[in-house]
Design a protein around this ligand. Structure first.
Ligand SMILES: [Zn+2]
Length: 113
């Protein structure tokens, strides 16, 4: 298992991997929570089928979201830097390629004489 997955893994009371869902209520818009995967609806437990699921419910760690948010500017900066570096390398390799072609032509020309 990847470390990223392990960090988010949360098991419900029955030992099933919890399902990640997004809340669309006005009090908690777009907030992510973890719930028992067998639960059909959060507030309506299906009594008819055997697949009731437990009442496992947990808000996805808000601190983690803040932490991830704080990482974004740094990551964007890194991406920017890598892209600039790539552009430089591409420009250098073009010059290198042209230089090699030119030197090869010079050698070829000298051998012809
Ligand atoms: Zn469960």
């Amino acid at each position: 298992m990847e470390t990223g997955e392990a960090r988010h893994a949360q098991w419900c009371h029955y030992g099933t991997l919890a399902r990640m869902q997004t809340s669309w209520t006005t009090s908690n818009p777009r907030r992510i929570f973890l719930v028992c995967p067998k639960l059909k609806s959060l507030f309506l437990v299906d009594k008819g089928s055997g697949e009731k699921g437990c009442r496992f419910f947990q808000w996805f760690d808000a601190k983690m979201c803040e932490h991830l948010k704080s990482l974004i500017p740094g990551l964007l900066w890194k991406i920017d830097r890598v892209e600039k570096e790539n552009a430089k390398i591409r420009a250098k390799s073009k010059i290198l390629g042209a230089t090699m072609l030119l030197s090869w032509l010079v050698v070829f020309a000298m051998k012809m004489n």
